[in-house]
Design a protein around this ligand. Structure first.
Ligand SMILES: Cc1ncc(COP(=O)(O)O)c(C=O)c1O
Length: 480
């Protein structure tokens, strides 16, 4: 092949093959020995900057093989690996190897999945992926939706659809001065996205009613009802209730059925944040927790959490997809797109869109429904095992176990005041997060600083859980 134009950006097929094979070989080795690596090198920003040897913007072309090799070396030696079996920190999963390859293919084809005409195949793949995700969590095939970058965006998309559906029609032309006093209800434990949404989308943070939680971290339903009644008396407009299916701190699932009934009674939009937890509805032992999910008008779920997709992949599902087009559609004269087709720019915030569906679609076929169900069930069992080990250990205190999140803390045999114990566990976590043996995070439960393990990781085994217990006790003792 001879190229008409010669430039440094081109790569011949041979060069691409050579650099590509080299990279694939390196990644294959990396995936094989990830078990032996530290979870993190624990470097500070300053240390990483020194490694990168910052310099001016290059003026002239570089040699791609060396550039890729350098990038691989720096990344593979100094990153934090959420694919490591002992990464149990935040809710980011190990990336499915098939998803890694699919992302490469998606970048090579580079369809713009904003419009059907620009992505005839990718659009259909995204539609099928959304249908499969809805099917996995037990919803009927009339649900529609869109893939987005993650949980925040999935929740924002549902929130905006709710604002359109329950707000005045004039919001579009007059802005939020036409919104009246719309009010949103959610449990105190709801993820930070809700605050961002209220601020960014014009309702304001004062429009949020933070409903207290029960002992088990679920929304207190009588207090929800009471808050709605007070708002009605004051002339506000109760508009949206957010139920959480797997809260970020402890994995608790709100009483979705009751929330759904209350939303029906008061004509409110019911949004479920299932970004983390909702795939567990497929697991028989916890299925009942999600009763009422089908009452939700919109649901957020994240393939980059419990479907083990590489970042980024979130999804919004809506019972009636026209709520998305009512919210996001516009038809400028320069877009002569076929309106009979799904053009995804009309379903969400993005215009040009990448092909994030491919990695999810590929993995759903490679793994299949039954095996996904098994993997999720195993993650739940591992968290349960961790809870049981912590409960049985004289120097550990187990606090909670819901879905695949367990909270616990180190408590030395000698009595310690609550404040001291909190300080000890905070220092312990800081130390653990740097030393690279295991990566945990924290949760505050009834004023107690706890360590938090969240397992959305197909590499984690029972041996890893036992190791984590040993490490926590060993390092806890040292700190005391
Ligand atoms: C319940 C819940 N909602 C929303 C989010 C935000 O997701 P993301 O970080 O993908 O935006 C998280 C993240 O952990 C979560 O656990």
């Amino acid at each position: 092949m001879t190229y008409q134009r010669v430039s440094a950006i081109q790569m011949s097929a041979d060069e691409f093959r050579k650099v590509g094979h080299q990279l694939i070989d390196r990644i294959a080795e990396f995936l094989d020995d990830i078990y032996e690596r530290p979870v993190t090198a624990g470097l500070s920003g300053e240390e990483v900057r020194a490694l990168l040897k910052p310099g001016p913007l290059p003026e002239d072309p570089g040699e791609i093989s060396g550039i890729m090799e350098h990038a691989y070396e720096v990344l593979s030696e100094n990153s934090l690996f959420n694919g490591h079996p002992k990464f149990m920190g935040y809710i980011t999963s190990s990336p499915a190897p098939a998803g890694i390859l699919a992302d490469l293919m998606a970048a090579a084809m580079n369809p713009n999945v904003g419009a059907q005409i620009l992505s005839p195949v990718a659009t259909e793949i995204e539609k099928e992926t959304i249908k499969w995700l809805a099917q996995f969590i037990g919803l009927n095939e009339n649900y529609g939706g869109i893939l987005v970058s993650g949980g925040n965006m999935a929740n924002f998309t549902g929130f905006l659809a709710a604002r359109t559906a329950k707000g005045s029609e004039e919001i579009k032309s007059h802005g939020m001065k036409a919104a009246g006093s719309m009010v949103v209800y959610c449990a105190k434990s709801t993820h930070t996205w809700i605050e961002k949404a209220a601020i960014l989308f014009g309702l304001g943070s004062d429009s949020i009613r933070w409903i207290p939680t029960t002992f088990s971290n679920k929304m207190n339903i009588p207090l929800l009802e009471a808050a709605i009644k007070i708002d009605l008396e004051k002339g506000h407009t109760p508009s949206i209730v957010v139920g959480t299916a797997g809260d970020v701190s402890t994995g608790a699932v709100d009483d979705l059925n009751r929330i759904g009934e209350i939303c029906e009674e008061y004509n409110m939009w019911f949004h479920v944040d299932g970004a983390y937890g909702v795939p567990a509805v497929a697991v028989p032992v916890v299925k009942e927790l999600f009763n009422g999910l089908e009452k939700a008008d919109s649901i957020a779920l994240d393939p980059h959490k419990w479907f083990y997709a590489p970042l980024e992949a979130g999804c919004t599902l809506v019972k009636n997809p026209t709520h998305l087009t009512d919210t996001f559609s516009s038809h400028p004269e320069y877009y002569k797109f076929d309106r009979q087709e799904v053009n995804f720019y009309e379903y969400g915030l993005q215009n040009s869109r990448g092909f994030r569906a491919l990695k999810v679609w590929v993995a759903l076929q490679q793994v299949g429904r039954k095996e996904y169900e098994k993997l999720i069930a195993e993650d739940i069992e591992l968290a349960q095992y961790l809870f049981a080990l912590a409960e049985a250990h004289p120097e550990l205190e187990a606090f909670s176990h819901n879905l695949s999140i367990t909270t616990f803390r180190y408590a030395p045999p000698e009595a310690m005041e609550k404040e001291k114990l909190n300080e000890l566990n905070s220092a312990l976590l800081e130390h653990l997060q740097k030393n690279g043996e295991v990566f945990l995070s924290n949760a505050i439960i009834r004023g107690n600083y706890c360590l938090r393990a969240c397992i959305v990781n197909f590499r984690t085994s029972r041996k890893d859980i036992e190791d984590v217990m040993e490490i926590v006790v060993r390092e806890g003792r040292k700190l005391v």
